[in-house]
Design a binder for this molecule. Structure first.
Ligand code: PGA
Length: 251
C-alpha cells in the first residue's frame, strides 16, 4: 500500500554499543513525535535481533540490508529470507548499487532475491538508479527501466504491491550531491509510468517510490514535496538520530 516511508540504511557502520544506543534513541524520539510515516531501520545483520526486538514495542520496523538468493543449506556466510522472517524482519533492501558494484549482483540475481523475500512475507526495498556517466549520456531512463523490467516485471500485480522501490542515483549516494526535487520527480514519475504500463494505474498508484542519495534534513522537504516521491532511503543521515527524525518529519 502506498504510504510515506523513511528507511535508514546503516550500511557497514557502528559497533554493537553504538548500534544499541542509536536504535534506542530513535525509538525514544519517535515516541515523542506525531507521524504517519512508516519508519524502517536497517542495521547490519549482527544488530538485527536487537533492532527487531525493540521494533516490536516501538513505532518503527526492522529491515535487513541484503538477503541470500539461495534457500537454507550449505552456503557459508549467507543469510536466507526464511531466517530473516523467523526473526520478525519485515523489510529488506535489495539491489543496492553498492551490492551491484562490489558484489557484482546482476538484475537476475536481484530478481531471485525479490522472489525469495516475497515468499517469506518480507517486503523488498528494491533499489535502482543510474551512474553519473549514464546520466550525462542521457541513458538514465533506459538504465532504470532495464533494472526494473529485469528484476521486478516477472511479478504479478498482486506481488508487486508488496515491493517498495527506491530510486537512488549512484552519483548522489554518499557524495553530498543530491538530485533536485525536479530530477527526483521526473524519474519517479517515469518509474510510476512503467508500473502503470505493466500493471495498470490502480496498482501503480499503490506503490511507494522512495528517493535515496545524500538526503538530509536540509533537502528532505524539497524532495518529499513532489507528488511521486513517497519518502527516502537514508544512508549517512540515518546514523544520527536527530537528523533521521528531522527527515521523518519532513513531509
Ligand atoms: P546516503 O546513502 O544517504 O549516504 O547518500 C543512501 C543509500 O545508499 O541508501
Amino acid at each position: 500500500m502506498r504510504r510515506n516511508i523513511v528507511a535508514g540504511n546503516w550500511k557497514m557502520n557502528l559497533g554493537f554499543e553504538e548500534a544499541d544506543d542509536l536504535v534506542n534513541l530513535i525509538a525514544e524520539k519517535l515516541d515523542e513525535v506525531e507521524t504517519e510515516t512508516t519508519v524502517i531501520v536497517c542495521p547490519p545483520y549482527p544488530y538485527l535481533e536487537l533492532t527487531s526486538d525493540l521494533a516490536q514495542e516501538s513505532n518503527f520496523f526492522a529491515g535487513a540490508q541484503n538477503v541470500s538468493s539461495f534457500d537454507n543449506g550449505a552456503y557459508t556466510g549467507e543469510v536466507s529470507a526464511q531466517m530473516l522472517a523467523s526473526m520478525n524482519i519485515d523489510y529488506c533492501i535489495v539491489g543496492h548499487s553498492e551490492r551491484r558494484k562490489y558484489f557484482h549482483e546482476t538484475n537476475q540475481e536481484i530478481s531471485t532475491k525479490v522472489v525469495k523475500l516475497l515468499e517469506s512475507g518480507i517486503s523488498p526495498i528494491f533499489c535502482c538508479g543510474e551512474a553519473l556517466e549514464e546520466r550525462e549520456s542521457e541513458k538514465h531512463f533506459d538504465v532504470v527501466k532495464t533494472q526494473i523490467v529485469e528484476s521486478l516485471f516477472n511479478l504479478t500485480g498482486e506481488e508487486i504491491l508488496d515491493v517498495i522501490i527506491a530510486y537512488e542515483p549512484v552519483w548522489a549516494i554518499g557524495t553530498g550531491k543530491t538530485a533536485t526535487g525536479a530530477q527526483a520527480q521526473e524519474m519517479h514519475a517515469y518509474i510510476r509510468s512503467l508500473l502503470t504500463e505493466k500493471y495498470g494505474k490502480e496498482v501503480s498508484e499503490e506503490i511507494s517510490i522512495l528517493y535515496g542519495g545524500s538526503c538530509n534534513p536540509k533537502n528532505a522537504k524539497e524532495l518529499f514535496a513532489n507528488k511521486d516521491v513517497d519518502g527516502g532511503l537514508i544512508g549517512g543521515a540515518s546514523l544520527k538520530a536527530d537528523d533521521f527524525l528531522a527527515i521523518i518529519t519532513s513531509f
